[in-house]
Write a protein that binds this ligand. Structure first.
Ligand SMILES: C=CC1=C(C)c2cc3[nH]c(cc4nc(cc5[nH]c(cc1n2)c(C)c5CCC(=O)O)C(CCC(=O)O)=C4C)c(C)c3C=C
Ligand SMILES: [Fe+2]
Ligand SMILES: [Fe+2]
Length: 341
C-alpha cells in the first residue's frame, strides 16, 4: 500500500500533522511488590473495572487486596519479565515501531498505557506539542468492554479536559468481527498449529473474563468474544479440519460470578475426560502479557498436566508479527482516510 500522503487536490490541509496513539492496558514499571502495588492501586481504583460502590470497595482494596496481591502478582511478573521490561509494554512499543515503518513518515505513531506509564495524557500532550493536531487513538482491544475500551475514552476525556489547545481526535472502533482481524487470527493460528511438534485434539480460545453482571447490564463484551470465536472457528474448520474449537474465560478476580466456562476449569475437565493434547490461543489479547505467559503457559499447564493432559502449547498472540501488523495497518489506514498528513 502507498504511504499515507496528501492528495494533490487537497494541498490546503497538507500541513496538518497526523498522529496515531496505540493504547493498551498498562503494566507495572518493575516486577517488584512496590511497583505492582502502585499499578494495581490505579487499575483497581477505576470505577469502570471494579463496579462496587467506593464506600464498600475502598476498605477491601486498601485493607486486603493491596496488602496481599502485589507480592503474589510480582512473583508472576518476575517469571515473565524480559530484558526489554514487561512483555506487554515491550510488545506494544514494538507494534508502534512496526506501524511507523508500515505507514511511513507521513504519520507519527506513538503508544501509551491506560494505567501506569507512559500515560495517555503525557503522550497526547507530547503529540500536540510536536504539532500533531489530528490524533487517531487506537485502543488495542478487539472486543469492546466498559472496563477496557470505555475506560480509555474516559481517560482521554480527562486529558482533554486539562488541555487549553486540544488536538482533533478519532478513535478506532472495536474490531472483534472485522475481516482483517479474523483473517489475521486464522492465518496466525493455522500456521502456528501446523508448526507444533504434536497434533492438538482441541484448540481452546481463552478470552479475559468479566463479571457476569456486566453482561446482564448490557456490556457487549461477552457477545463480541462469542462472535470472534464463532467466526474464527468457522475459518479454522476449513483450514484445520478435525480440530475441536472451544471457548473459555480466564483471570477471574474476586468472589462474584464471572463469565463461564472458566479457562482453568475447562483445562481440568478436558484432561479429566481424556483430552491429552491441547493448543491454547488468546485472541482478545493483542500482545502477550502476564495473563498469557504466566496464567496460561505456566499455571494453565500445571492444571492440565495434573488432570492427565500430556501436551499443551500456548500460541503467541498476534503481537508485532507479520499478520498482526498487517491487520493494524488495515484498521488504522481505514480510520485515517481523509486525514491526510
Ligand atoms: C476487577 C478485575 C478485572 C477486570 C474486570 C479485568 C478486565 C480486563 N482485563 C483485560 C486485560 C488485561 N488484564 C491484565 C491484568 C490484570 N487484570 C486484572 C483484573 C481485572 N481485569 C488484574 C488484577 C491484573 C493484573 C495481574 C494480576 O494481578 O493478576 C492484563 C495484563 C497486564 C500485564 O501487565 O501484563 C491484560 C492485558 C481485559 C481485556 C479485560 C476485560 C475485557
Ligand atoms: Fe484484566
Ligand atoms: Fe491473571
Amino acid at each position: 500500500m502507498p504511504p499515507v500522503s496528501a492528495p494533490a487536490d487537497h494541498p490546503q490541509i497538507a500541513t496538518g500533522k497526523v498522529g496515531v496513539l496505540l493504547v493498551n492496558l498498562g503494566t507495572p514499571d518493575a516486577p517488584t511488590p512496590a511497583a505492582v502495588r502502585r499499578y494495581l492501586a490505579e487499575f483497581l481504583s477505576d470505577r469502570r473495572v471494579v463496579e462496587i460502590p467506593a464506600i464498600a470497595w475502598k476498605p477491601i482494596l486498601h485493607g486486603i487486596i493491596l496488602r496481599t496481591r502485589p507480592a503474589k502478582s510480582a512473583h508472576a511478573y518476575g517469571q515473565v519479565w524480559t530484558e526489554q521490561g514487561s512483555p506487554l509494554a515491550a510488545i506494544t512499543a514494538a507494534q508502534a515501531r512496526g506501524l511507523q515503518v508500515l505507514l511511513g513518515d507521513g504519520v507519527k505513531v506513538d503508544w501509551a498505557m491506560r494505567y501506569g506509564n507512559p500515560s495517555i495524557p503525557s503522550r497526547l500532550q507530547a503529540m500536540k506539542d510536536a504539532g500533531y493536531d489530528r490524533v487517531l487513538v487506537a485502543p488495542l482491544y478487539p472486543q469492546y468492554s466498559g472496563a477496557t475500551t470505555a475506560s480509555v475514552m474516559d481517560r482521554l476525556g480527562e486529558a482533554l479536559g486539562k488541555m487549553r489547545w486540544q488536538p482533533a481526535l478519532r478513535t478506532l472502533p472495536p474490531y472483534y468481527d472485522d475481516p482483517a482481524y479474523i483473517g489475521a487470527l486464522e492465518e496466525d493460528v493455522a500456521t502456528q498449529v501446523a508448526a507444533l511438534d504434536f497434533v492438538p485434539e482441541v484448540l481452546l480460545l481463552s478470552f479475559h473474563g468479566m463479571p457476569q453482571r456486566t453482561l446482564e447490564l448490557g456490556d457487549p463484551y461477552h457477545c463480541h468474544c462469542r462472535k470472534t470465536a464463532r467466526l474464527l472457528a468457522q475459518r479454522l474448520a476449513v483450514r484445520l479440519p478435525g480440530l475441536r474449537v472451544e471457548t473459555s474465560f480466564q483471570s477471574r478476580f474476586g468472589r462474584a460470578k464471572w463469565l463461564e466456562p472458566a479457562t482453568e476449569a475447562t483445562l481440568e475437565s478436558l484432561a479429566s475426560s481424556g483430552t491429552r493434547r491441547i493448543a491454547i490461543t488468546a485472541p482478545g489479547f493483542s500482545a502477550d502479557c502476564v495473563e498469557t505467559l504466566e496464567e496460561l503457559a505456566i499455571r494453565g499447564r500445571e492444571v492440565f498436566e495434573a488432570a492427565g493432559g500430556t501436551r499443551l502449547a500456548v500460541l503467541p498472540c498476534l503481537n508485532d508479527g507479520t499478520n498482526g501488523m498487517a491487520m493494524l495497518e488495515t484498521l488504522v489506514r481505514r480510520e485515517l482516510a481523509g486525514w491526510w498528513a
